[in-house]
Ligand binder design. Structure first.
Ligand SMILES: [Zn+2]
Length: 405
């Protein structure tokens, strides 16, 4: 592998530190090997030099909530009738577009099984490295229950919900997804907007069921639990049970905001999905639930973000569009983060949430060389990072996977 020198860049290293002007970053054997003032590093013959003057260098971004095999505004009937191969094959352009957007790591929270993760690791397809949950664990009638009244399954593929209804059944369900290679366990701590039979304010796991999931996942080498949680009571129950991340968090109350701060529970607010236009091809029942929740949710998430709850970037791409993941950064700023805090939420913060902080998320010697070079100044125009055309170069594990044009 040719070594790479990114010369004379403006560095925002992802740790929250102030930008540094005129910095060279040397990449060798897939790792960041040195960060130094421009012109001070030795150059050699095997070195490819990329001129970075006028551009900002950042860590590759992490999106902690995606569904790579899912399409936004899907026709549920089309998905029921589609063969499994269509879910797999359409993920290929989704993963590619995500990488081109500057995202080099994602956590897929239902849909992708271990074959997707392996295909990226083996270099069979281009895409962000994957951490996977495979499927969502849900109670009967909850967010993962996609059956008709008569019990006909409307969801297909490995992402279909796993239904369980007691602590013992949830322990078995946890063991089953871990047996299949899950890095994370995902539960439906409340109902949701997209599922036919559940509602954000009900339909989640009981306290004992949540605790059984967290305890069993933790017993397997400290696997984390991500809780889909929208209504206030379900969010609070999931935080008390010890989940590592609250996904959505739309109706979070003040007491739970405080508790998350105390316990260090992460919030992944998926604003890209919340703020999606109601006209955007949503089924009528989804639009109705979303309409009643949207404004209040914006206000509650603003309260959580300004209170300093740990936050990690996640879009719910697959429900939101693929390949414009960094739209979420400007939305985080609209909801109370500074631009620098939003960048941290998408880099070192997300890496910490995923337990990958010693591998990715910062431009620090010794970490994997996942890097983004952009003409955009994210501190003055963070919304512009959402445009993949303005992500000039993407480096993953030391290789340029999106080239300068
Ligand atoms: Zn989701």
């Amino acid at each position: 592998m040719t070594d790479l020198l990114l010369r004379d860049t403006r560095l925002i290293d992802g740790t929250g530190a102030d930008p540094r002007e005129r910095v060279d970053v040397l990449v060798a054997d897939g790792l960041i090997s040195a960060v130094a003032p421009t012109g001070t590093l030795p150059t050699g013959e095997r070195l490819r030099v990329v001129e970075g003057r006028g551009r900002t260098l950042l860590p590759g971004f992490l999106d902690c909530h995606v569904h790579v095999s899912t399409l936004p505004a899907k026709d549920p009937m089309a998905d029921v009738l589609a063969p499994e191969s269509l879910f797999v094959l359409r993920s290929v352009p989704h993963l590619s577009a995500t990488l081109d957007a500057g995202v080099t790591t994602v956590r897929d929270l239902a849909g992708a099984d271990s074959g997707y993760r392996s295909a990226v690791e083996l270099g069979l397809i281009r895409g962000p490295r994957l951490r996977i949950a495979i499927r969502i664990l849900s109670v009967t009638g909850g967010h993962g229950d996609w059956r008709t009244v008569e019990g006909v399954a409307l969801d297909t593929g490995p992402g279909a919900g796993a239904i369980a209804d007691s602590p013992a059944e949830f322990v078995r369900a946890v063991r089953e997804v871990l047996r299949q290679g899950a890095d994370w366990v995902k539960v439906a701590a409340t109902g949701g907007m997209g599922s036919p039979a559940s509602h954000p304010e009900s339909g989640g796991l009981s306290g004992p069921e949540l605790r059984a999931v967290v305890e069993e996942a933790d017993r397997h080498g400290g696997v984390g639990v991500a809780a889909h949680a929208q209504g206030a009571a379900g969010i609070a129950a999931a935080v008390r049970a010890g989940v590592r991340s609250i996904e959505h968090g739309y109706q979070i109350d003040d007491a739970t905001i405080d508790l998350m701060g105390e316990r260090g529970t992460w919030l992944v607010p998926t604003l890209s999905t919340l703020t999606r236009p109601l006209s955007d091809g949503l089924a009528p029942w989804v639009a109705a639930k979303r309409r009643t929740m949207k404004e209040a949710a914006s206000e509650r998430l603003h309260a959580a973000l300004t209170a300093g709850v740990p936050v990690a970037l996640g879009t719910d791409a697959g429900i939101a569009p693929h390949g414009t993941n960094l739209t979420e950064l400007a939305l985080l700023v609209e909801h109370g983060l500074t631009p620098m805090a939003a960048l941290v939420a998408g880099t070192s913060g997300a890496a910490r949430m995923l337990g990958l902080e010693d591998q990715v998320g910062s431009v620090v010697p010794g970490l994997r060389a996942d890097l983004v070079l952009t003409e955009v100044d994210p501190l003055t125009d963070i919304a512009a990072l959402a445009d993949p055309d303005r992500i000039d170069l993407v480096v993953q594990d030391g290789r340029a996977v999106k080239e300068l044009r």
